[in-house]
Design a protein around this ligand. Structure first.
Ligand code: M6R
Length: 614
């Protein structure tokens, strides 16, 4: 977590860094800081959001053509002004920003204290900059060399940028297991946790690899080396991102904008991959040589993910098992990586991640790779760490997702999985031809149907007002709608701070039913065709205990309307495609409840968008 931005060049660094920090604020927002160099170093740090920092620095010296900035999600040390980054070394010469965790910081700190160092903050980051400073000072080494030596002594994850006030015409940056992008402009460089701060300035980028160091100079030259001092040939990529996607436009929150983008983002995910009239689905990632055979003949798929991406994976399990008859296991990446799982060469491990940087997912993939499995990524963030370590994969093309609550990335992931499952089912001969074509037509209609589903917004806004003081909510679903129940509950919890649980509807009788009384809202996703009577019975069971039923039903449903307290209609579709529609009202419900409760929808407390620490 944490976002870092740095600039060196001919322009004023402050506005560039602040704008960049605002774009990276989704990564962490408990404190922020900036260091600028003109005649001397000027450093400002503040607890709170980037806006708190900008108010704090009004009227202060903000000049400088070089600077570094940070927006924090606290790991070591509570969020306060002192623990905010940047941090400086013992003699005050070096200033550093950091994203990641230095795991052996306590040992290093102890040794440094013995050598006379004193620390201001409780952070691991301050220890790192002291270490670099001590190494530099001892043998009067160039910064780059001191960074290299220090990094060979640390255990953990880092993306860092260091500014040396004795040599302010250079910045030294490095990464390991935390992302870092170098933007190359004309006689200027940008360094950032992701490419969004670069948009509008340059479209030339280099994504640093693990254990690489970038040395960028104000004269327009730069070099990339490994921490073993081997010079690397930089792989400069073209950045394809536009400003519109990074701004809220007329929406109050990114989350709402992203919910409303879904007809387009789902269409973008299918673009070039589906043609119902011609009867084909093509997913580049699974057509690749060496990948196709392995995937089609895989003994099983293991899907690894966290949070909302894990819910998408669960839908993947239902899709691949039903349509392609491939056994699937869905794993929390954080559990998978610390077990001793049985993973074989004929397994395919599919990672799902919006950010492509989730530390646990990345580590689980690395482990699976070592065990010889084929690694496939379903990722949103282009050039991210997961996208780069996989053998093959499919981008979901949802564009930057900035609201911490994942919405359009979820439907993008489900769309990619659906395309893959239908394609593989067809190739493996596990779906009848007529059903295959039916699914293709159904999928092509999904963006339009999502648009229709969004029309329930006004109804949901009114409904939301009735539930703002609720303490607990239960979400129930069966089959494809069970993961949607989990996802609906997660959305409500994370942005409105109302406790919510998602359950398979039938499991209700094994415990949660005890919670139901006249105060308990129960959201039932009841669009199933195959288990319709069963879900109707579950609703009856809730009503018999006076629970308040909010039912998501298929358009035209009459039966549930008679028994539920509230019904929300979504368009009809083929059952395996239902999750792409049934999730929409639940996203809106959580959004409106959180909004009316006065919560910061895009930046819920304690959370960060990109979980790059374990
Ligand atoms: O970037 P990832 O998809 O790997 O992130 C995984 C989770 O952290 C993420 O889905 C999280 O649960 C969302 N904020 C939920 O809305």
């Amino acid at each position: 977590m944490c976002g870092i931005v740095a600039y060196i060049g001919k322009k004023d660094a402050y506005p560039i860094i602040v704008k960049g920090l605002k774009r990276l604020e989704y990564r962490g927002y408990d404190s922020a800081g900036i260091a600028l160099f003109n005649d001397d170093l000027h450093m400002y740090k503040k607890k709170g959001k980037v806006n708190d920092l900008t108010s704090f620095v009004k009227g202060k010296n903000l000049e400088g053509k070089v600077g570094i900035g940070h927006t924090r999600w606290a790991t070591h040390g509570e969020p306060n002004d002192v623990n905010a980054h940047p941090h400086t070394c013992q003699n005050g010469r070096l200033t550093l920003i950091h994203n990641g965790i230095i795991e052996n910081y306590a040992t290093i700190k102890e040794a440094l204290i013995k050598d006379g160092h004193s620390f201001q903050s409780d952070t691991d980051t301050e220890v790192l900059v002291h270490l670099i400073g001590a190494i530099q000072e001892k043998d009067n080494l160039p910064l780059e060399e001191a960074v290299r030596i220090a990094l060979s002594q640390v255990v953990g994850a880092y993306a860092i940028v260091v500014l040396d006030k004795e040599n302010p015409t250079q910045l030294v940056a490095a990464r390991k297991a935390s992302p870092l992008v170098v933007g190359i402009g004309k006689d200027e460089f940008f360094l950032a946790s992701d490419a969004t701060p670069l948009v509008g300035y340059t479209d030339q980028v280099v994504y640093l690899n693990d254990e690489e160091i970038a040395i960028v100079n104000a004269n327009g030259t730069f070099e990339i080396k490994t921490i073993d001092n081997e010079v690397q040939t930089p792989y400069i990529q073209h950045l394809n991102m536009n400003i519109e996607k990074l701004e809220k436009g007329d929406y109050e929150y990114f989350m709402l904008k992203e919910i409303y983008e879904q007809p387009n983002t789902i269409a973008d995910c299918m673009r070039g991959r589906l043609n119902a009239a011609a009867g084909w689905i093509r997913v580049g990632g699974i057509e690749k040589e060496n990948v196709k055979e392995k995937m089609l003949n895989a003994k099983r798929f293991i899907m690894a993910a966290c949070g909302t991406s894990w819910h998408a994976a669960l839908i993947g399990e239902y899709l691949f098992e039903e349509l392609a008859r491939i056994p699937v296991e869905v794993e929390y990446a954080s559990e998978l990586r610390y077990r001793n799982p049985i993973i074989n060469k004929d397994d395919v491990v599919i990672a799902l991640s919006q950010s492509g940087e989730t530390a646990d997912t990345l580590a689980a993939l690395e482990m699976a790779k070592e065990k010889g499995a084929l690694i496939y990524g379903i990722v949103n963030s282009v050039g991210s760490s997961i996208a780069r370590i996989t053998d093959s994969g499919s981008y979901i093309h949802a564009g930057p997702e900035i609201g911490v609550a994942s919405t359009k990335a979820f439907t993008g992931q489900v769309t990619a999985l659906t395309l893959m499952a239908i394609n593989m089912g067809y190739k493996r001969g596990t779906i009848p031809k007529s059903y295959y074509h039916q699914l293709l037509r159904g999928l092509e209609e999904i963006p339009q149907k999502v648009q229709e589903a969004l029309e329930c917004n006004d109804q949901i806004e009114k409904l939301a007002a009735k539930f703002i003081n609720t303490k607990h909510t239960l979400y129930l679903g069966r089959g494809y709608n069970f993961p949607i129940a989990l996802e609906g509950a997660l959305k409500l919890k994370e942005i409105s701070y109302i406790h919510a649980e998602g359950y398979p509807a039938a499991e209700m009788k094994h415990g949660p039913i005890a919670l139901i009384d006249e105060n308990m809202p129960v959201v039932v996703i009841a669009t199933n065709k195959s288990a319709y009577e069963k879900i109707v019975s579950n609703i009856q069971e809730v009503k018999a205990r006076k629970g308040i039923v909010i039912a998501i039903v298929t358009k035209g449903d009459q039966e549930i309307r008679k028994i539920a307290d509230y019904t929300i209609e979504i368009p009809d579709t083929e059952e395996p495609l239902t999750p792409l529609l049934s999730v929409i009202p639940l996203q809106l419900l959580s959004y409106h409840i959180a909004l009316i409760r006065g919560c910061n929808v895009d930046q819920p407390r304690n959370l960060a968008k990109s979980v790059t620490v374990e």
